[in-house]
Design a protein around this ligand. Structure first.
Ligand SMILES: Cc1ncc(COP(=O)(O)O)c(C=O)c1O
Length: 386
């Protein structure tokens, strides 16, 4: 059987292989704590479950969804962006719903890159950016995210010949995996830089509603000139505790939105109508549950940050996301450290090197377990590290 060589260019999503291994360990009776999983243990609020149930019960809702229609989801997305970020979007031309933001962010490269074109990809970063560039036959130019720069790309250090060649840059704040956040100054500089070099900005913002300590995440699109240079992916997965629903969006520059809509008109043919109804109900509805949910994540964050500090690791306290990005102990690689910890104490954390070369020296912990379970993981880590 001949399969395309293109598939050799990128790896499968990193969770898949590990999940098989962790399942096997559980079957062997080991009490595994999987701190790798970026899927919240919290559930969607009850009004969203009933909205979905009611919409599924309507016999008229089981046809092909109309791909280009506005109602109800595109309008709900535009309304939410207006209320939440003060961003004005035309629901017809500047919004496209997606079956989770992942499907769009993986294939957007087909709309922005021709074979051999360069994409600037942060390192470390969410693995689908790099995989998607390679799927489209593009070339990845890594942009290091370093602690000394607050894990923001240093735009001034991108050589001018690379900036000139680049067609697009990926940017993601609040950031996975580093949990860093970006300042308004950074976004303004990014827009100016993108305009000067004619580079499309693709901003990924799925963690905007998971914030702590009064921090409020902006949208890239709320800064002047953003819509001329780029787009933003967003998602209901983390905001509304519904990763399994597969509902997200791309918004912003109308030409790019039209390009992705053209690709999607062949591939997904639109979102299941009951899911559109339930997603619209979420975006149009109350958000008070988020405050309590974020308080829960904050308590978990504090357990983990304190636990890591107790074993002598210098960890920043994240203002957003449900991740903690911790340095590994001196003298060991992130991969060695995480696999030793898994074997010895049945706790899985993701080695930073799985997110790119500059992720080496770190590992990522997801706060997707109750505080007592995280405390148990920290206790095991303390015993392990002596
Ligand atoms: C940075 C980032 N972008 C996108 C996604 C995908 O989100 P969705 O569930 O909308 O596909 C994730 C999921 O973990 C993520 O961490």
């Amino acid at each position: 059987m001949h399969v395309a060589k293109r598939l050799e260019q990128f790896k499968a999503y990193l969770g898949t292989e590990m999940n098989v291994r962790l399942t096997r360990m559980r079957e062997e009776g080991r009490d595994v704590i999987n701190l790798g999983l970026g899927d919240p243990d919290v559930t969607p609020p009850p009004h969203l479950l009933s909205a979905l149930q009611d919409a599924v019960g309507d016999p008229g809702h089981h046809h092909y969804p109309s791909f280009y229609s506005n109602r109800p989801l595109k309008e709900a997305i535009a309304g939410w962006y207006g209320r939440r970020f003060g961003v004005d979007l035309d629901p017809t031309t500047e919004v496209i719903p997606l079956l989770g933001s992942s499907e769009g962010l993986f294939v957007i490269h087909l709309c922005l890159l021709d074979v051999g074109d360069t994409a600037l990809v942060p390192d470390p970063s969410y693995p689908s950016y790099e995989a998607g560039v390679k799927l489209a036959g593009g070339l990845v130019e890594p942009v290091p995210l370093l602690r000394k720069n607050g894990f923001l790309p240093d735009l001034d250090s991108i050589p001018s010949d690379i900036a000139k060649r680049a067609r697009m840059i990926w940017v993601n704040y609040p950031n996975n995996p580093t949990a860093a956040v970006a300042t308004p100054d950074f976004y303004m500089k990014l827009i100016e830089w993108a305009r000067a070099h004619d580079v499309v900005v693709v901003h990924d913002n799925p963690y905007s509603e998971i914030t702590f300590d009064m921090y409020r995440t902006p949208s890239f699109l709320q800064f002047p000139g953003a819509k001329e240079v780029g787009v933003e992916f967003h998602s209901l997965s983390k905001s509304y505790n519904c990763c399994g629903w597969r509902t997200g969006m791309l918004v912003g520059n109308a030409d790019i939105v039209a390009g992705l809509a053209k690709v999607m008109s062949h591939s997904n043919r639109g979102m299941y109508y009951p899911m559109q109804v339930a997603s619209a109900t979420a975006l149009n509805g109350p958000v008070d549950f988020m405050e309590k949910r974020n308080q829960t994540y904050k308590e978990r964050r504090d357990v983990v940050v304190q636990g890591l500090r107790d074993v002598g690791l210098t960890v920043d306290t994240p203002k957003a996301t449900f991740y903690v990005w911790s340095p590994v102990p001196k003298g060991v690689t992130s991969q060695d450290f995480c696999f030793k910890v898994l074997d010895a104490i049945n706790v899985w954390m993701i080695p930073g090197s799985m997110y790119g070369k500059y992720g080496e020296g770190y590992y990522r912990i997801a706060l997707t377990h109750p505080a007592n379970r995280l405390a148990e993981a920290m206790k095991r880590l303390k015993d392990f590290m002596g």
